[in-house]
Design a protein around this ligand. Structure first.
Ligand SMILES: [Cu+2]
Length: 230
């Protein structure tokens, strides 16, 4: 690693023309519950459980769909900086998927202090106290899930999902997503949500046009096919 010359990398970048054989991956991701597993009969009406808040699967948003593995050969990766603001004691966006190597800036747009930090294995950091115009930033050099909290305010949380390659998308309000310009080939697709078990699917991306993949997470979701790569 240390002795590796920069030259081959530069050469490859120069050769990286726009993908001739590339397709799109489109579809929806939503979550669904299951009556039997979630209801528990009358037990939730009892004193003991009536305060237990259950997940409202249909209202969940911000799913992330991504392609597993290293960046396909010939694709150059851009890492423009990303921004997560603190305003009204809320992180925005709360869910931020990025490609590994991206730097995230954390402006504090409030008149009060926040203390943004993470103890996640993929990136531990502690930004300390600051307000505008001072800005602090963190570069994420390892793939993984980074849970971000504020040590002053209990309700503040965000997740930076650091991904291995630039082929990912966050679902919109209606659950739709689109990953465009994927070199044709077979891939393992991962659907992710902050508070649900994820799911993997195999997909073959065509040289032109789009392949569609709709995924339902949660207890009432589509079961993961046996033998799907982990
Ligand atoms: Cu705070």
């Amino acid at each position: 690693m240390k002795n590796r010359s920069l030259l081959p990398a530069l050469f490859m970048l120069a050769l990286a023309a726009p993908q001739a054989d590339a397709g799109d991956l489109i579809g929806t991701v939503v979550a669904r519950g299951k009556e039997e597993s979630g209801s528990g009969g009358d037990k939730y009406a009892s004193r003991k459980f009536k305060f237990v808040e259950r997940v409202e699967y249909e209202s969940l948003r911000d799913f992330v769909v991504s392609i597993e593995g290293a960046t396909p050969a010939g694709v150059s990766v851009a890492t423009p900086p990303a921004v997560v603001t603190q305003k009204g004691a809320v992180f925005s966006p709360r869910i931020l998927p990025i490609v590994v190597g991206t730097t995230v800036e954390w402006p504090n747009d409030d008149d009060i202090f926040h203390n943004v930090f993470s103890i996640s294995e993929a990136k531990e950091f502690d930004l300390g106290l600051y307000k505008n115009p001072e800005k602090r930033q963190v570069t994420f050099n390892r793939a993984g899930r980074v849970d971000v909290l504020c040590s002053i305010h209990t309700q503040m949380s965000a997740v930076v999902l650091v991904l291995e390659n630039p082929f990912f998308a966050k679902s919109d309000e209606r659950g739709s997503y689109a990953i465009t310009g994927l070199p044709a080939g077979e891939y393992t697709v991962r659907a992710w949500h902050e508070r649900l078990p994820g799911m993997r699917r195999k997909v073959t991306v065509p040289a032109t046009g789009a392949v569609r993949l709709d995924i339902v997470l949660g207890p009432g979701g589509t079961p993961e096919p046996a033998g799907t790569a982990r």
